[in-house]
Design a protein around this ligand. Structure first.
Ligand SMILES: Nc1nc2c(c(=O)[nH]1)N[C@H]1C(S)=C(S)[C@@H](COP(=O)(O)O)O[C@H]1N2
Ligand SMILES: [Mo]
Length: 299
């Protein structure tokens, strides 16, 4: 890739929360920095981030319960101190990477992304995070690696939801290597410039903006490079409804509901509906990854 993809301001020029809420101010800042021509910046023009409350009080994090309000109530139980990520499999430098050591080496950026859940709702979230490819580079990916597997912490004493066999715990996810090293794919560590709340997947969670939300696995403790497509939690739970790819696609419906439109979270009773975009609006950047693939087969 010729140019490092950035869609918002650098951390050193971090925009305060109030400025995020003022689109004109945000755009004025971007114009001042001469970034308007970049694809992501142009997109920022039409994106209004959701309020902090929507992002942190309406969550899916089944380890803390299956109701949308459960994670905000229960996730405080999760201990995030002394966090480390085990990176293993087909890498040059396997080991336990302490969260602090990772953060010391990574470049944290602001990324304002659309977020589309497979349940047909959406939000716009101002993440802070680093590109996953930089972390993978730290561990050194071997040439035989083709996929990346991810695992969430499993702590029965801190996670009341894992007492119920809703999913086969721990929560696991996976990406093809080219998806994992795509510059849009980040490990998020913050929202609105604050540390990411536990209910959103502290201290670090994956975000792949062109895929359904369940691919964005929370509170990651292990990343394994493999040569085979790894198992994923929702696919194991119901393979007919949830595939490995799970790219946002308005033309391929869920078995039980349409994916053509989405409910925009917020606005109470009058919560708006909007048409869902192919690859959640990121087709320009990612469609080439799926050239020649039948996306109705590889859903
Ligand atoms: N470990 C884990 N990760 C998870 C989930 C989960 O239940 N457990 N839910 C997924 C789903 S379905 C969605 S929509 C997003 C929600 O992220 P948010 O709460 O930050 O909006 O997290 C995803 N990551
Ligand atoms: Mo979801």
């Amino acid at each position: 890739m010729a140019m490092r993809w950035k869609n918002t301001l650098k951390e050193s020029e971090a925009t305060p929360e109030s400025a995020y809420l003022n689109r004109r101010q945000l755009m004025a800042g971007a114009a001042g920095m001469g970034l308007i021509g970049l694809p992501g910046i142009a997109r920022a023009e039409t994106l209004d981030p959701h309020p902090w409350e929507d992002i942190t009080e309406y969550n899916n994090y089944y380890e803390f319960g299956t109701r949308k309000e459960d994670p905000a109530k229960n996730a405080h139980m999760l201990t995030t101190a002394q966090w480390s990520v085990k990176i293993d499999g087909l890498v040059e430098r396997p080991g336990n990477y302490a969260f602090e050591d990772i953060m010391a080496k990574m470049t944290v950026e602001d990324r304002l992304y659309r977020f589309r859940c497979v349940e047909a709702w959406s939000m716009v979230i101002p993440w802070n995070g680093f590109e996953l490819r930089d972390l993978l580079e730290l561990a050194g990916v071997q040439s035989a690696a083709k996929y990346v597997a991810f695992e969430t912490a499993l702590r029965s004493d801190e996670m009341p939801g894992v007492a119920y066999p809703v999913l086969d715990w721990p929560y696991v996810e996976g990406l093809r290597l080219d998806e994992a090293v795509h510059p849009l794919t980040i490990m998020a560590t913050g929202i609105y410039g604050k540390d990411i709340p536990n209910q959103n997947g502290a201290p670090l969670r994956l975000v792949i903006p062109w895929k359904y939300g369940f691919k964005s696995i929370k509170s990651v403790v292990r990343i394994s490079l493999t040569d085979r497509e790894p198992p994923t939690s929702w696919n194991k739970a119901n393979a007919h409804e949830y595939g490995f790819y799970s790219n946002v696609n308005p033309e391929v419906d869920h078995r039980r509901w349409s994916q053509a439109s989405e409910r925009v979270i917020g606005g109470g009773l009058f919560s708006a509906k909007q048409p869902t975009q192919m690859f959640n609006g990121y087709g320009e950047e990612v469609a080439s990854l799926y050239k020649g693939m039948d996306l109705a087969v590889h859903y």
